[in-house]
Design a protein around this ligand. Structure first.
Ligand code: SF4
Length: 461
């Protein structure tokens, strides 16, 4: 039988409880158990005036931002509408049905002001890491690092080619916020000072973003989101925004490893990464700190003409020489110098040479050095560390590490597909940092919620 037509009838009084209308299995119920904002009022206290009108509760703003980043609602205007309409969002934000949702402009005022000055978003991110550690999700033994390009809010039409770009002509007093941040970070290793090479184009609206092409695809302006994760459960233990160039991304490794040591006393036994991180200085830095580099060595010594490579020569550390496949020595110095400054220094690139006479008479010359009188081999400053990495690459543990490295790639895929962070909404290095911190916080909270879902209550009969 067809039921009666549904007519809208405004009741005079409602008896309504938000608590009853949010499903027990809702993701926000699980996330809510891990959101600890108890310390943020104290953290922010000195950044608020003691006089004037009371501000919007910072806890409410943070809860709304978390909703936005957990559910991929990128626009703050839309976030305000969604929180206004969605009962679960209201419940999570501690807003009753009659409570007003703050205006979207409140977010930018707070973000550019006290949130940044107090580093509140980093504090929030580190609070979730502390919780992950407390819940036993982080052992700190095996960590993986990687970077992903996130498109900046900039386009080529509004940019200048490198031949015409001159940062010294910009008046900071008359420049937008993102341009002032670009000028402020010109000497920072993560941004302006990462490389002397000028990018092909510089954006007018966000000059700190890097004109770059990923995997030989179309070029665009971007920032790099750098993640350091613990591979046990894929918890993000640190995050850093940098320019999208290899030097800056690799440099962030040191920043993040130092920071997790300072903040959480985490010092990994091994670090897993891809070839971009396998440069001599990086491997040397890790080996010096007793961190095993499970990283493919960045090696340019391979040859494409089929002749023997450096790997075919045996290193004799005791005598500071290489031994060629024919059993002859390649030496750096063939006599003892009375002046110690002319002997081996142990620093920089060293060249090892075979004797011309030996090579000329060698039956394997065509396979070794067909176009030279004698074979030469270079040895980089951090060759010992490279060898450590090469030896690790032959182990079963390394194979496991290469599989674990996928976890950080999965997090980036999740970041872009589920959380919708394919393109930044905020400009400048600070904007990129804010977005990356909030997204990493959301990812850690979602991870906690997934591993420890809220207990389901059975309905009373
Ligand atoms: S060419 Fe020279 S370096 Fe090469 S295998 Fe022969 S002797 Fe050794």
């Amino acid at each position: 039988m067809m039921g009666p037509r549904q007519e809208a009838q405004a009741a005079l009084f409602y008896e309504f409880s938000l608590e009853d209308h949010v499903p027990q299995a809702h993701l926000l119920r699980s996330i809510d158990r891990f959101v600890d904002l108890s310390g943020i009022r104290t953290h922010l206290a000195e950044f608020y005036s003691h006089t004037g009108r009371p501000s919007v509760d910072p806890e409410l703003l943070i809860r709304m931002l978390l909703v936005g980043y957990c559910f991929g609602i990128r626009s703050e205007r839309r976030l305000c509408e969604e929180v206004h309409l969605n009962l679960a969002y209201r419940w999570f934000c501690r807003l009753d049905l009659n409570d007003r949702v703050p205006d979207h402009s409140t977010f930018s005022k707070n973000r550019h002001g006290r949130f940044r000055e107090s580093e509140l978003l980093r504090h929030l991110f580190e609070t979730t890491v502390t919780r992950c550690i407390a819940e036993g999700l982080v052992s700190g033994q095996r960590m993986a690092i990687d970077a992903s390009l996130i498109e900046a809010d900039a386009n080529k039409q509004n940019s200048t080619p490198k031949e015409e770009w001159d940062a010294t002509t910009i008046d900071p007093m008359d420049a937008p916020r993102a341009v002032r941040e670009y000028l402020d970070t010109l000497d920072e290793a993560a941004f302006g000072a990462a490389s002397n090479v000028q990018p092909k184009f510089t954006s007018h609206s966000d000059p700190a973003s890097q004109w770059t092409a990923a995997r030989k695809g179309p070029a665009f302006f971007s920032y790099s989101d750098n993640y350091l994760i613990d591979t046990d459960y894929g918890v993000i233990v640190d995050v850093e925004a940098t320019r999208s160039i290899r030097q800056a991304e690799v440099g962030s490794t040191k920043t993040m490893l130092r920071r997790v040591k300072d903040r959480f006393d985490l010092h990994p036994e091994r670090l897993i990464a891809d070839t971009a991180y396998g440069t001599g200085p990086m491997l040397g830095w890790l080996v010096e700190r007793k961190i095993a580099p499970h990283i493919p060595v960045f090696d340019k010594s391979s040859r494409s003409d089929g002749t023997w490579t450096r790997a075919d020569f045996e290193w004799d550390a005791e005598n500071d020489q290489y031994i060629c496949p024919e059993g002859h020595a390649l030496k750096q110095f063939r006599r003892n110098y009375s002046d110690p400054n002319r002997g081996p220094t142990g620093k920089g690139t060293a060249r090892y040479r075979a004797l011309k006479l030996t090579c000329q008479a060698c039956p394997s010359k065509a396979k070794c050095c067909p176009n030279a009188d004698a074979r030469k081999i270079t040895r980089e400053e951090h060759e010992d560390a490279r060898q450590v990495a090469r030896d690790i690459a032959k182990t079963r543990q390394y194979e496991i590490s290469m599989k674990l490295r996928k976890k950080v790639e999965m997090l980036f895929a999740h970041l872009k597909r589920i959380l919708g962070l394919g393109r930044l909404r905020l400009r400048g290095p600070c904007g990129a940092n804010d977005e990356f911190l909030l997204a990493a916080t959301a990812q850690n909270l979602r991870k906690l919620a997934k591993i420890f879902p809220a207990p389901q209550q059975t309905r009373k009969a």
